[in-house]
Design a protein around this ligand. Structure first.
Ligand code: SF4
Ligand code: SF4
Length: 405
């Protein structure tokens, strides 16, 4: 992914477009308080995926959401998003290559003037489709690996896909696309980070994102298995820094720090409804991947509501914009404009209140849950109490049948 087009940087461009503190729940009354455009449109084309990753970010109840937008619906969404000011369009999933209209959608997005990304596990990307996507104008591909070893890659995804991913990496290079390699980092692969970076360099990746696990969805279910120790993290950061020195400009390394270990929350998607617009496979528009879990909050569907109305006027997108919704300790905190209170989904999952301070924050009254979990990961006697679960339809139905916390 070119540096000037990374989602993070696209988000950064907009960070001043919505003035924190000027908003309140409800509709925006005047142009002066309206948010800027959704610069980054993510089209989650499907939740279907051949892989079963233990840290998958798709909602745990994905099996209950089987309806997918049609090609025509997606084309309308792309047009409305571009008219609204979106400049980057990601095609994601699940595995977006399971949709046989992907090339049509990429061509439409490119024609509209979006910078286009494909976020893929690599499964389904053969020579013919790679050429068709190139012809459609696809700008870049982000390829995920689970690890640098076949054993761990295939264990974590519950598939035999390691060699296939290596071949796909060569296909991507062969088409001349800039390649971002993405590896979700956690307790089970963090000690391989030296080899992971080496593998990315050998495969010719221009960018490597070492994304420490965010504990939502399937990763939240498996967090006792995934939380690394503090020592593991320190070592991984040192190894990454050493590689940065060695590689220079040949490959850029992004080490996405884990908020559970830092005691400092992060802005969720650069701020709720500030820049990022996610369209779920069934057409539900969301300010982040997992916001649908929040009770008492409705999110419109693009089937019934225009993107403009959704972005500016829907209750779901306005509820947590800015800082007007905050409670203590956030209201009087000097950091509130920096992190906007952190993640609403994390607040709901851990504090049972989506308007609470994100419990990864040391000032949160619920922070002990996070600190205890990190302490437990550090302790050799910490034995996971639940078996690890893989993302699949059966588990999805079982997990989503549980009562809410
Ligand atoms: S994280 Fe794994 S299971 Fe989830 S969509 Fe990506 S490749 Fe598929
Ligand atoms: S109290 Fe709230 S605003 Fe302050 S650092 Fe914590 S989460 Fe952020």
């Amino acid at each position: 992914m070119p540096a000037d087009n990374t989602p993070a940087q696209a988000l950064g461009h907009a960070s001043g477009s919505f003035a924190p503190g000027t908003s309140a729940p409800g509709s925006f009354a005047s142009a002066a308080t309206r948010p800027g455009p959704p610069l980054w449109l993510l089209a989650e084309l499907t939740y279907r995926c051949p892989l079963h990753c233990v840290f998958c970010y798709n909602p745990v109840d994905f099996a209950r959401q089987e309806q997918e937008l049609s090609t025509d619906d997606w084309i309308r969404v792309l047009r409305e998003g571009r008219a609204l000011g979106a400049v980057q369009c990601g095609f994601s999933g699940g595995e977006p290559l399971v949709r046989d209209d992907l090339e049509i959608l990429v061509a439409e997005a490119r024609k509209l003037g979006y910078y286009t990304n494909l976020l893929t596990s690599g499964v389904g990307l053969n020579t013919k489709r790679a050429q068709a996507l190139k012809d459609a104008g696809l700008d870049h591909v982000q390829l995920s690996f689970q690890d640098s070893t076949r054993e761990m890659n295939d264990f974590l995804s519950h598939t035999k896909t390691f060699e296939l991913k290596q071949r796909v990496a060569q296909l991507i290079k062969g088409q001349g696309w800039p390649m971002v390699m993405n590896v979700v980092i956690h307790r089970m692969n963090i000690d391989h980070i030296d080899r992971i970076i080496g593998m990315a360099a050998e495969l010719g990746a221009e960018y490597l994102e070492l994304a420490n696990t965010q504990y939502y969805s399937w990763a939240y279910e498996n967090r006792e298995h995934l939380l690394p120790t503090r020592d593991q993290l320190r070592q991984a950061e040192a190894t990454t820094d050493a590689w940065r020195q060695r590689l220079g400009d040949r490959m850029r390394l992004f080490f996405v720090a884990p908020d559970w270990h830092e005691g400092r929350p992060k802005r969720c998607c650069n701020g709720w409804g500030s820049t990022f617009l996610n369209i779920a496979p069934d057409g539900t528009a969301l300010p982040c991947h997992t916001a649908r879990m929040l009770p008492g909050l409705s999110f419109p569907s693009v089937r019934e509501t225009s993107l403009r109305d959704i972005w500016f006027d829907s209750e779901g997108f306005n509820r947590y914009r800015g800082t007007g919704w905050m409670k203590e300790p956030c209201v009087s905190c000097e950091h509130k404009d920096r992190d906007l209170g952190g993640c609403r989904c994390q607040a709901f999952m851990l504090a049972g209140d989506a308007a609470a301070a994100d419990p990864v924050c040391e000032k949160s009254p619920h922070h002990a849950q996070v600190r205890d979990a990190v302490d437990a990961a550090d302790h050799p006697a910490a034995v996971p109490v639940k078996p690890i679960i893989f993302r699949d339809r059966t588990q999805s139905l079982a997990v989503s049948a549980r009562p809410l916390p």
